[in-house]
Every structure is written in C-alpha cells, then in structure tokens.
Design a protein around this ligand. Structure first.
Ligand SMILES: Cc1cc2nc3c(=O)[nH]c(=O)nc-3n(C[C@H](O)[C@H](O)[C@H](O)COP(=O)(O)OP(=O)(O)OC[C@H]3O[C@@H](n4cnc5c(N)ncnc54)[C@H](O)[C@@H]3O)c2cc1C
Length: 324
C-alpha cells in the first residue's frame, strides 16, 4: 500500500460529528498534502454531511449503510478497512471519540500497523513523522516517531489542531463506495436521551464540576451547596463521576460530554485529563480545587487551591454566605 492518508469522519444519526477541518490541519502539520488524502464519511445517509466535509478541499468518499447510523465500531472498522484496500491507504486518522477509538484498534490489527491514540501534536522532519500526546494525566508528553514509509493508525484529540480555513468554495471530488459486508456481532439496542431536567450546562453562567476526588456520591452535597451560591449555576462532572452513577451523563463535561464556556468553572477534585480539558478550557475563569499540588488541572486554571475539597468548600461556602 502507498503512504496515502484516510481521514475517517463519523456521523451520529446522520449528523457529522468529526471536525474535518481539524483533521485536515493535522494532516498538513505532518506534511501530508491534500492530494495524498481522502476524507471518508460513514453513516446511514451522509448527504447532509458531505458539503461540510468537502469544504476541506479534500476528495471525499461516502459510505452508507443502515448499520452505520448509530454507535457500531465493528461496522465502522469494516468499512474503513474496505476503503483502505480500495484506495490503497496505509495511514488512517480518526478523531479521538469512543467509537473511533474502538474502531481504530480493529483497523490497526487488521492492517497490521502501529496505533497511536489521543494525538495532540504532530510534525514532520526529513520524512520522519512525530506524534506527541499527554501521559500521566498531562504531567508528561509521550512522543512516537514513524519513518517515511511506515503506515499507522492514529486518533486525534479534538481541539488540538487549529482548523485550517479552506480556500473559499474549495470542494474535493465526491465518490460513493458501496459497502455491504456488515458483521451481525454488534447490534445497538437503542439510544437513551440524557436527563436535561436541571439548568443546561450550556446555559449556565457558573458550573461547579465534581470529579472523582469528591470521594463518594453523598459528598456531592457540598458541590450542590457551592453551586447554590451563584445564580444561573449548574453542577457538572467528569466522566468517572458519571460512570460511577453519581450524576447522569447529561452532566458530563469533556470530549464525550458537553463542551462548555461559562463565566466561571470550578473544577473540584478533577485531575485535568485532556479529555476533560477539551470540554471546559475555554471557560472565562477557571478555579481548580485539588489536593495534589501537581495536578494537571492547575496548568489550565486561573486560580488554584491545593487542598482537600471536603475541607475547603465548607469554609468557602460559609465565608461567601457571610458576605451576602
Ligand atoms: C475516549 C475517552 C473519552 C473520554 N471522555 C471524557 C469526558 O468527556 N470527560 C471526562 O471528564 N473524562 C473523559 N474521559 C476520561 C478521562 O481520561 C479521565 O479518566 C477523567 O477525566 C478523570 O476524571 P477525574 O479527574 O474525575 O478523576 P481522576 O483522574 O481520578 O482525578 C481525581 C483527582 O481528584 C483529586 N483528589 C482526590 N481526593 C481529593 C480531595 N479530597 N480533594 C481535592 N482533590 C482530590 C486527585 O488528586 C486527582 O487529581 C475519557 C476517556 C477516554 C479514553
């Protein structure tokens, strides 16, 4: 296979969810030209997504199948493998979503090439491509290099590459790929809507977000009390808090949750994993409370409190009530 790059775009219920322009910027940062690149859009009916993808000025290949309408990593992987074989691509780039990560592993295994997930930086020097990603909750940077002839599969962290404004009216060629070989091993049972009864995270001026450092569900009381200090406030969460069932997934901030930019974001007991940061780093003012003075969240926060949140927040609440 050649060094051609395939950018894989996901849709969910026929809406494009992959930031194509960001992935195009990623390809450019590796000195991979748009001539060597194809954008693939997979879904049940991708007609509405095509213009957005084609605006990156790169050739587009559409793949439509009923099985590609909702989360289905084996179906997505199967279609990517077939497209790679058809166009001769040996470098495959996904965005770093749940589905794409799961599909990327299957693709790398099938094509027998290396995989790097969560790429945040990329560059090229004398034919050597270098990827970097955060390790140990952002405390270290890990680098991986590929030679000029190497194939690879990678997933790119959203928000890491500035969107390349495509030339006005830029449009790549659009081709359709017939795909029918879907495995029946994975059958989605349905989609459950998130609980949106509380003030929406996107409408709140202040978000007080809880992380695993809260310790247990009962300790969320202090997070709610803190949120009540502010008008138009909402409680948010890291993914682990939602995975633990302490808060519903509608409250999750981050890559696979909501992207928010409130006037004030208070991160309580949140380490600052990249997947959380991409969802809140554009908040106007960020306060982090974490008992680990080296926690990565402090590199993004405007104000950091290195303390036990269960000790600090009750005092903070009391002091704030005192000045009301
Ligand atoms: C594909 C993928 C998508 C993901 N999407 C998301 C997403 O959308 N959102 C998201 O949040 N995560 C997401 N994650 C998970 C992410 O990688 C982290 O695992 C998660 O954000 C960590 O949550 P946390 O900070 O609450 O927990 P931890 O990383 O365990 O951090 C807990 C922090 O609490 C601190 N702490 C402990 N006790 C106290 C105390 N008493 N007082 C104060 N501080 C204390 C600790 O020092 C630590 O820093 C995703 C991961 C993957 C692989």
């Amino acid at each position: 296979m050649t060094k051609k790059l395939l950018i894989v775009c996901e849709t969910l219920d026929n809406s494009l969810i992959t930031p194509v322009q960001e992935l195009a910027a990623f390809a450019a940062s590796c000195s991979i030209s748009s001539d060597e690149t194809t954008v693939m859009i997979a879904g049940q009916d991708v007609s509405a997504a095509v213009p957005k993808a084609a605006a990156a000025g790169i050739d587009v290949m559409t793949v439509e199948h009923e099985a590609l309408r909702y989360y289905n990593p084996p179906a997505l992987a199967g279609s990517v493998i077939e497209v790679c074989r058809r166009i001769g691509a040996s470098r495959i780039c996904f965005s770093h979503t749940m589905q794409s990560c799961a599909a990327a592993v299957i693709v790398a295994n099938e094509l027998d090439c290396a995989i790097v997930t969560g790429v945040e930086r990329a560059g090229e020097n004398n034919g050597v491509i270098e990827f970097a990603r955060s390790a140990y909750n952002g405390k270290m940077l890990e680098k991986t290099m590929f030679g000029s002839g190497d194939g690879f599969v990678c997933t790119v962290q959203s928000g890491s590459f500035a969107s390349d404004p495509a030339a006005p009216n830029a449009t790549g060629n659009i081709r359709k790929f017939d795909y029918d070989a879907v495995s029946e091993k994975f059958i989605p049972l349905g989609i459950t809507a998130a609980d949106e009864s509380a003030i929406s995270l996107n409408e709140a001026d202040v978000i007080v977000a809880a992380g695993r450092g809260v310790g247990k569900e009962e300790n969320l009381a202090v997070i709610y009390e803190t949120a009540k200090l502010f008008s138009n406030s909402a409680v948010g969460a890291s993914r682990i808090v939602c995975d633990n069932g302490w808060l519903p997934y509608g409250r999750q901030v981050g890559m696979t949750g909501k992207t928010v930019s409130p006037r004030l974001y208070m991160a309580c007991g949140i380490s600052g994993a990249q997947q959380h940061l991409v969802g809140m780093k554009n908040s106007q003012f960020i306060v982090a409370i974490n008992s680990d003075p080296h926690a990565n969240i402090f590199s993004t926060a405007h104000v950091g409190v290195a303390d036990d949140l269960n000790l600090f927040l009750p005092v903070f609440i009391e002091k704030c009530r005192g000045i009301e």
